[in-house]
Design a protein around this ligand. Structure first.
Ligand SMILES: CC(C)(COP(=O)(O)OP(=O)(O)OC[C@H]1O[C@@H](n2cnc3c(N)ncnc32)[C@H](O)[C@@H]1OP(=O)(O)O)[C@@H](O)C(=O)NCCC(=O)NCCS
Length: 228
């Protein structure tokens, strides 16, 4: 009897921790939307998941070996969270003491490095957020959540985090833009007038946004992350 449902995927697993064999796919998907000159490397992702690999969430698809979605969250210490959300350091610089250590830290910052829905159906976030909630709730001892952030670099990402999750830029306004369309993308820091003149030539420009919500703010995120 096949007990699998569309929600569970291969082997009945709803979500599994990322492993090294997932890295090429993750980098390919991330590069397709954000081809930064200083990308995250395998060594950096290894650092993120040295202790709490479960925060790199891979959603298996129904076909063996397939993936229906990714929700790659970096578990951050207070120092990492503060440096990232203020733009002092980038995702690629999140390592060592910037990463949450359950033996040392009582506070945890959650940063969404990449979310991708490969199901072809809307509503992936309704699976992704509960999965993150389960992971946070399973942490022993309990932690004080600092907030949830995402560096949104696509229209879909901005819509999801701003409109659905009610997240906002809070103090740090990135000057980084994704310029172009489809496969012809580049990333550059621009002044607003430079962005305007590129746009006037008919080229798409999208300013990247560090979007944040903190506990106590109104956001669907906190319906799922009720810890402490
Ligand atoms: C970002 C992404 C993961 C969101 O997928 P998702 O969680 O399935 O989100 P949905 O497509 O259901 O969209 C969320 C909501 O916006 C609505 N929406 C979708 N497209 C819309 C549009 N063009 N205009 C207005 N609303 C729209 C949906 O109806 C949904 O609302 P609901 O929950 O009330 O039904 C997905 O778009 C994706 O994989 N994009 C490619 C990778 C990417 O850009 N990642 C983000 C990088 S920052």
């Amino acid at each position: 009897m096949n007990l699998l449902t569309p929600e569970t995927g291969e082997g009945g697993t709803l979500v599994r921790p990322i492993d090294r064999s997932d890295y090429p796919r993750l980098f390919e998907l991330d590069r397709a939307v954000y081809p930064t000159a200083s990308p995250v490397t395998e060594d950096v992702v290894d650092q993120w998941y040295r202790r709490n690999r479960e925060f790199g969430m891979i959603f298996p698809g129904e076909a063996p070996g397939s993936i229906s979605g990714l929700f790659i969250v970096i578990p951050l210490s207070q120092e990492g969270w503060d440096n990232l959300i203020t733009g002092k350091l980038t995702e690629a610089q999140m390592k060592d003491d910037m990463i949450f250590d359950p033996q040392r830290d009582t506070a945890l910052g959650l940063h969404n490095y990449h979310i991708e829905n490969l199901t072809g159906q809307q509503g992936f976030y309704k699976k992704a957020l509960p999965a993150l909630g389960n992971i946070v709730n399973a942490l022993e001892p309990q932690v004080n959540l600092l907030g949830f952030s995402a560096y949104a670099v696509t229209n879909a990402g901005i819509r999801l985090h701003e409109k659905q999750f009610n997240m906002h830029e809070q103090g740090f306004f990135s000057k980084e833009y994704v310029i172009g369309d489809g496969e012809d993308l580049r990333v550059a820091e621009l002044e607003p007038d430079e962005a305007g003149s590129i746009e006037n030539k008919g080229v798409r420009v999208l300013r990247c946004k560090m979007l944040i919500t903190t506990p106590g703010e109104k956001s669907i995120v906190w319906d799922y992350l009720k810890h402490k």
